[in-house]
Design a protein around this ligand. Structure first.
Ligand code: GDP
Length: 301
């Protein structure tokens, strides 16, 4: 179970209502499905792609019973996720040949970036890994303080120089410390001030460069954190961040507060980036590795 809110508002229960009293999948039902997908934050382009694929199956098979429609939709959505999601992680695994594994975390304020870093640190620690955190979101005092708090809570060291210090210098000291400690994983928080895109780009580039003084291919993961309950805003942020840097993993938070979840399908499809983690609550255990089948199943309930 991937934690989505169970309610009559999810994609499949709405589809169930739309097909009541109808036996054949026709234009009208496909129009309804289109509306359901769009209002579930799947996004217009991905919705059209899904509808076209279903239409093709309906015309190929001449007749599709409405009772089969949810099965077909499920197959198409899983298929779509599979195209960008080469693997489902088995667990909070780290590649054995990259030590320390360096994760740079980006995202705008309020999406749950600090919380996600704290949860990740907890999960890696539980898995027996040693973790170092870097507080390089130095623009906000709250971000630094919160990360330090998370470090205490999950008992991992946090490198911080306080507020308004140079983020690259924090990143430098964090990776340095991790190398000295022979740590398994480094997670560096960064500022996400999208209104100054050039600055953001420069800052992220600078952080990457200092990391590479220690580890040639760092950062191994540039994780973009998005708030799954914000629909189109999450799409816009993904668009801006993918322009600014090479995002190669997504964490989508706050899926516990929404019955929609369609944002996961749309963003993964539009940006061709795997969803690696999902946030399903505020506690340190409320982070899961993304599993496409379980996720789609949770949209069915
Ligand atoms: P940041 O500004 O991006 O670092 O955001 P924070 O990590 O401070 O999180 C902002 C708020 O969202 C906090 O109240 C968190 O507890 C909450 N939050 C983060 N992730 C989740 C989640 O997966 N589910 C829920 N319900 N709340 C979350």
């Amino acid at each position: 179970d991937q934690g989505l809110q169970k309610s009559s508002e999810n994609i499949f229960s709405r589809l169930g209502k739309a097909v009541v009293g109808k036996s054949k999948v026709d234009e009208e039902i496909l129009d309804e499905l289109e509306e359901i997908l769009i209002t579930s934050d799947v996004g217009v382009d991905t919705t059209i792609k899904i509808i076209r694929r279903i239409e093709a199956r309906v015309s190929r098979d001449k007749y599709v019973n409405t009772a089969e429609l949810d099965l077909i939709l499920r197959e198409e959505v899983i298929g779509l996720l599979e195209e960008n999601q080469s693997v489902d992680l088995a667990d909070f695994d780290l590649p054995a040949d990259k030590k320390p594994y360096v994760i740079m975390v980006v995202g705008v304020n309020g999406v749950g970036k600090t919380t996600t870093i704290g949860k990740l640190a907890h999960q890696f620690k539980q898995a027996g890994k040693s973790v170092v955190l870097g507080a390089a979101d130095t623009f906000r005092a709250a971000a630094v303080d919160q990360l330090i708090l998370w470090g205490k809570r999950v008992d991992v060291p946090v490198i911080s120089h306080g507020m308004n210090t140079d983020p690259a210098s924090v990143a430098f000291d964090t990776v340095k410390k991790a190398v000295e400690m022979n740590a398994d994983v480094v997670i560096v928080d960064t500022a996400g001030r999208l209104h100054t895109k050039v600055n953001l780009m420069n800052e992220l580039t600078k952080i990457k460069r200092v990391m590479q003084k220690f580890i040639e291919d760092a950062p191994h993961e540039i994780l973009l954190v998005l708030d799954g309950s914000t629909g189109q805003n999450a799409f816009l942020q993904a668009k801006e961040f993918t322009k600014a840097t090479d995002i190669n993993a997504l964490a989508i938070t706050k899926l516990d507060g929404t019955a929609k979840g369609g944002v996961v399908i749309g963003i993964s499809d539009q940006f061709k980036i795997p969803v690696k983690y999902i946030g399903v609550g505020e506690k340190m255990t409320d982070l899961q590795v993304f599993n496409r089948k379980e996720f789609v199943d949770s949209l069915f309930k």
